[in-house]
Design a protein around this ligand. Structure first.
Ligand code: NAP
Length: 257
């Protein structure tokens, strides 16, 4: 029970890594606020947790909208009295070399992936500062560190999240708040499955080409990232501050040939 009595808010937890983290955090004793832009998917995660005997509420909303984020935080505090962990997980994909990206797509990706970290943090931090404790986990990507074909907007957004993490850590360390980033490689979630469907004709060939980027023979699973998120959320990582945590099967630091 590594998150016993902790109140955790996870954005985008109606699917993929966020959902897997919500289920794991609840199993480890946390009360979980499930946020997602989709009320149906969010409610599904929260119901699954409650059916397993855990504590969860769904507070849906768009992480790019200040009113919706303010409500998410106010309702979480009204319900549980505090927020110990904020996992800024919600994010969207973007494909294309820079000259191919439409300005509205660029703005959408920056909005969800960067503003979607800024806004929940902005409204949660005053509560953590008052408590003089907290852990914020920001979802970056190993694409923030490596060059990857046709990912200009996505890489820029995830690089911004990594830079933001380090800067935030400096500002809030004196309040006993830790802020770290997750940098996953390819993780099999609906997000990646959609990308495979739209970018490749042959699914098997697509999986093989993704595997070539990494050293592991398996692609990552949502549970692999959830385990790292649990570590950052819990006091087990109490000496980690402003750190990038790679969960990427060897993509960033390995080379196959
Ligand atoms: P996912 O399965 O698509 O889950 C993300 C969830 O966030 C979806 O339910 C999505 O709803 C929701 N969401 C999107 N925009 C939102 C908004 N504005 N406000 C609130 N919720 C919103 O994706 P995932 O693979 O688990 O990815 C989670 C995070 O990990 C993302 O930040 C992603 O960039 C990052 N990541 C993923 C991988 C990977 O290989 N999967 C690798 C590195 C980093 P909709 O489905 O309706 O959009």
């Amino acid at each position: 029970m590594r998150l016993k009595n902790k109140v955790t808010v996870i954005t985008g937890s109606g699917s993929g890594i966020g959902k897997s983290s919500a289920l794991l955090f609840a199993k480890e004793g946390a009360s979980v606020v499930v946020n997602d832009i989709s009320i149906e998917k969010g409610e599904e995660t929260a119901s699954e947790i409650r059916a397993g005997g855990g504590v969860a509420v769904c507070i849906p909303g768009d992480v790019t909208n200040p009113d919706s984020v303010e409500k998410l935080v106010a309702d979480s505090i009204a319900q549980f009295g505090r927020i110990d962990v904020l996992f800024n997980n919600a994010g969207i994909s973007g494909v294309g070399a820079l000259h191919e990206i439409h300005p509205s797509d660029w703005d959408r990706i920056m909005n969800v992936n960067v503003r979607g970290v800024y806004l929940p943090s902005k409204y949660v931090l005053p509560h953590m500062m008052k408590q003089r404790s907290g852990s914020i986990i920001n979802m970056s990507s190993c694409v923030a560190e490596i060059g990857l074909a046709r990912r200009a907007s996505y890489a820029a957004s995830k690089g911004a999240v990594l830079a933001l993490t380090k800067s935030m850590q400096v500002d809030y360390a004196s309040f006993n708040i830790r802020i770290n980033a997750l940098l996953p490689g390819t993780i099999l979630t609906p997000f990646v499955e959609n990308y495979l469907k739209t970018s490749y004709a042959d699914n098997e060939a697509a999986i093989e080409s993704l595997k070539k980027r990494q050293l592991s023979e398996q692609l990552g699973l949502p549970e692999d990232v959830a385990a790292a998120a649990l570590f950052l959320a819990s006091d087990d990582s109490k000496f980690m501050m402003g750190s990038p945590v790679y969960i990427d099967g060897g993509v960033t630091f390995g080379k196959n040939a």
